[in-house]
Design a protein around this ligand. Structure first.
Ligand code: SF4
Length: 445
């Protein structure tokens, strides 16, 4: 009788960094002989990759652990593991250990590469395994990986962050900035092209400070120019940028490199200089507005998106008005908007004058409403234009349609044959929605 292949599921919360870590976890599990489970109920190993950037994310994860605990009551040999930014916080790892005896494996963000060994310990010895490293060690290269897409790939270039924005927990759970060696990044990109990948996104909490910590320091601009030379690569994207480190050399490099897409995600967070100072962002609104102008001058048609937070401690109506004014002046192509959320251990959580929830929700509604109008207007301005799309696959909302992105990172949904997946095609934009564009292939295709 053929032995049943053990199965796994990785449940991911949070940012692109976590999405990519989950791809590595899936790769390591498959190197141990596991296969993806058809459903959570059927999985033999369930890994939860956590996020702690907001309290809401943490509460969702506690809820999930409660449900998985019930699953384990029915399926005794199920192994439940938890990792990511939440468990990198010692007090949270302890809380999970005490509150969820059904959790067999607890790792942090610094020892992901230890997953196979620790999982085997938990499985073979049937005992709980808890290992969270306080400090990050050397970057471990060439870990097995199961990528979610066959067309585009995440490529880490840095880990951690040194910026210590006062509201942010990332530096405490992801450690200090560590850059991968350029040759390791270029080898990975070349390998990806050989495997048929056509687009890479260079990933880091702050890609703009890439290379400063290397024995032979280099810059993000130099790395980008080298990646642009990789034969067979059609598109390069990168995220996330910190405005303070977005130097002119980088702007000129993006403008010069044909494969670097015309989309820059440039979190501003607030429009008030007083709040930017309290956030320890390291720039003021004048600097940011000038940077946007220099980027738009050098890179015609570039899309600029951002992150904006409302309700930072002490934020007055005047401060918020400065944020709304900056939104009017920049007219972002899109924005992720957040309500300030105190994170334990961050300086901002200890600041006086925490803004009442009612005021926070009034401000976020106003911001979302106005930014949505601007985003839709940008999208509507593209109706009638022909855009080059990298076809990523079936549309998530309508499997009968295909979807892909413009070089400015706009999602386009259009009818077409499946054999176009992975191809670059020209699509005429026929309609515009807030979240995406609608398109048509030329009659001949
Ligand atoms: S740049 Fe600031 S907001 Fe971004 S990860 Fe680093 S500390 Fe957090």
């Amino acid at each position: 009788m053929k032995e049943r292949v053990p199965t796994y599921e990785v449940i991911t919360f949070g940012c692109q960094m976590n999405d990519h870590d989950s791809e590595v976890m899936a790769g390591m599990l498959e190197s141990l002989g596991y296969e993806p489970a058809a459903s959570t109920d059927e999985a033999d190993v369930i890994l939860v990759n956590t996020c702690c950037v907001r309290e809401t994310a943490e509460n969702k994860i506690y809820g999930l652990l409660g449900r998985l605990a019930h699953l384990k009551d029915k399926k005794g040999d199920l192994i439940i593991g938890i990792t990511g930014c939440m468990t990198q916080r010692p007090e949270v790892a302890r809380k999970i250990k005490n509150r969820f005896p059904q959790v067999d494996l607890i790792l942090g963000t610094h020892n992901l590469h230890r997953l196979p060994e620790l999982l085997l310990q938990a499985r073979e010895c049937r005992k709980r395994v808890i290992e969270v490293w306080e400090q990050a060690g050397e970057i471990v290269e060439n870990l097995p990986i199961r990528r979610a897409s066959k067309v585009k790939a995440w490529v880490n270039i840095t880990y951690g962050c040194n910026n210590f924005c006062t509201y942010c927990i990332v530096p405490y759970v992801r450690g200090r900035e560590r850059s991968r060696r350029p040759e390791d990044i270029l080898n990975e990109v070349r390998q990806l092209v050989q495997e048929g990948y056509r687009e890479v996104t260079l990933l880091g909490q702050n890609v703009n400070s890439y290379g400063k910590d290397l024995p032979q320091p280099t810059s993000f601009a130099r790395l980008l120019a080298k990646v642009d030379q990789v034969p067979g690569l059609w598109r390069i994207r990168f995220t996330t940028s910190h405005p303070r480190d977005f130097i002119q050399e980088l702007i000129d490099t993006i403008a010069r490199c044909p494969h670097v897409c015309e989309h820059i995600h440039l979190p501003v967070q607030a429009g008030s200089n007083r709040i930017l100072k309290l956030m320890n962002r390291g720039y003021n609104r004048e600097y940011y507005l000038d940077l946007v102008e220099r980027i738009r001058r050098a890179i015609p048609g570039v899309a600029i998106t951002t992150d904006i937070m409302v309700g930072f401690p002490g934020e007055t109506e005047e401060d918020f008005a400065d944020t709304m004014d900056l939104v009017e002046r920049v007219r972002f192509d899109g924005a992720f908007t957040f309500v300030y959320n105190p994170r334990p251990g961050t300086p901002a959580a200890r600041l006086p004058e925490q803004v009442p929830d009612k005021v926070k929700s009034e401000r976020i509604q106003k911001l979302i409403e106005r930014q949505n109008e601007i985003t839709l207007a940008h999208n509507q301005a593209l109706v009638g234009r022909v855009e080059q799309i990298l076809v990523e696959g079936e549309s998530k909302t309508n499997p009968a349609m295909l979807s892909g992105r413009t070089r400015t990172n706009r999602l386009v949904i259009f009818p077409g044959p499946r054999d176009l997946i992975g191809q670059l095609v020209n699509v005429t934009v026929t309609g515009a929605r807030l979240t995406h564009l609608e398109g048509q292939l030329p009659a001949t295709v």
